[in-house]
Design a protein around this ligand. Structure first.
Ligand code: AMP
Ligand code: TRP
Length: 332
């Protein structure tokens, strides 16, 4: 059975983009993989996080993952900072990755923005820690949204260079799993920007904890163009907002854009948005309710994470120790 690792930052409430691009696949993959799912609090502090909020958001993220259907009995759910092997391997990877490789990372450019001098050093080496998250378990498959493709290519470059420099076949090749018609969900306010939990505008995203009225209002107000929906997917070319809403509908209905347009093509956005809102509410409300139920017992959620961290460390500690031995560190 192949081992999976994936991560999500506790930098806010998970969005519909997280759900369709990643979390829904995480749940499905549990049937035929050994899965480790990680709330990446170390990654979150690459940009400022209020300490009280970070702790609360880590717990909320874990509750939301449980509500989506992550099974902490058969698989492993934990928070990154509790398993020190990630950081031990990340330091070695900081010394493997080349500046030239990191300079090409588009997520750094996006997140650092114009004031690059003022970005944290952590934000710059973020992809090295992400490579360590995966490789410290010798995981081979990584389900992510499309925005993480470049980071996974870098992780493979790091693994290869480590193996080459130390003359070993220690780290495996990672296969990205970028699945479904909504591997990149865009902002409801701007069809060229990805939907993000850290976007300053709450209107740009649907949160997994939004109530039905909020979801309906956000979809009704979502940006569109004045044309009716096209009859075929080719007609979505150059219409990013229309493409996004059709992609979301297709993902939620577990079909594809052609089938959605066969039903809704030729109509205006008004009735389509009503149908999309109803579908979104039907899919998300049970998750929101289960997240609230889980959060009513914060100690219970924390206990799940602590137990997960212990099990994760049992796998990661020996692999980190072996990497350190290969590098030439004396045992501690
Ligand atoms: P993050 O929110 O950056 O911690 O991302 C967690 C997971 O959700 C990663 O696998 C991302 O690729 C995925 N993801 C984040 N935003 C989106 C989006 N707008 N569309 C699709 N997948 C996304
Ligand atoms: N960088 C990922 C994101 O922002 C989160 C992440 C951290 C991750 N470590 C990971 C994803 C390891 C997959 C595997 O979406």
């Amino acid at each position: 059975m192949q081992r999976i690792l994936s991560g999500i930052q506790p930098s806010g409430v998970p969005t519909l983009g997280n759900y369709l691009g990643a979390l829904r696949n995480w749940v499905a993959l549990q049937h035929d993989h050994e899965c480790l799912y990680c709330v990446v609090d170390l990654h979150a502090i690459t940009v400022w996080q209020d300490p009280h909020q970070l702790a609360a958001q880590t717990r909320e993220m874990a509750a939301a993952l449980l509500a989506c259907g992550i099974d902490p009995e058969r698989h492993v759910l934990f928070h990154q900072s509790a398993v020190h092997a990630h950081v031990r391997l990340a330091w070695i990877f900081n010394c493997i990755a080349r500046l030239g490789w990191l300079n090409r990372m588009t997520q750094f450019k996006d997140k650092a923005g114009k004031d690059r001098e003022n970005a944290s050093a952590g934000l710059y080496v973020y992809p090295n820690l992400m490579a360590a998250d995966i490789l410290v378990y010798h995981a081979t498959r990584v389900p992510v949204g499309d925005d993480q493709r470049q980071h996974l290519e870098l992780a493979n470059d790091i693994a290869q260079k480590f193996n080459h420099d130390y003359g070993v076949e220690f780290f495996p090749t990672i296969e990205p799993l970028i699945l479904g018609p909504a591997a990149r969900v865009m902002s409801l306010r701007d069809g060229t920007k990805k939907m993000s939990k850290s976007d300053p505008s709450d209107q740009s995203r649907i949160n997994l904890t939004d109530d039905a009225d909020t979801i309906a209002l956000k979809i009704r107000r979502a940006k569109t163009d004045p044309e009716p929906l096209p009859e075929t997917p080719a007609g979505l070319e150059g219409r990013p907002e229309a493409r996004n809403l059709v992609g979301i509908y297709a993902a939620l209905a577990e079909t594809d854009a052609a089938a959605v347009l066969a039903e809704h093509g030729g109509k205006g956005f008004g009735p389509f948005k009503e149908a999309l809102a109803a579908l979104t509410i039907a899919r998300l409300e049970p998750i929101a309710e289960e997240t609230r139920r889980r959060l009513a017992d914060p100690g219970g959620v924390d206990a799940v994470l602590r137990k997960g961290a212990r099990r994760a460390a049992e796998i990661a500690d020996p692999i980190a120790a072996e990497a350190e031995r290969l590098v030439g560190f004396l045992p501690g």
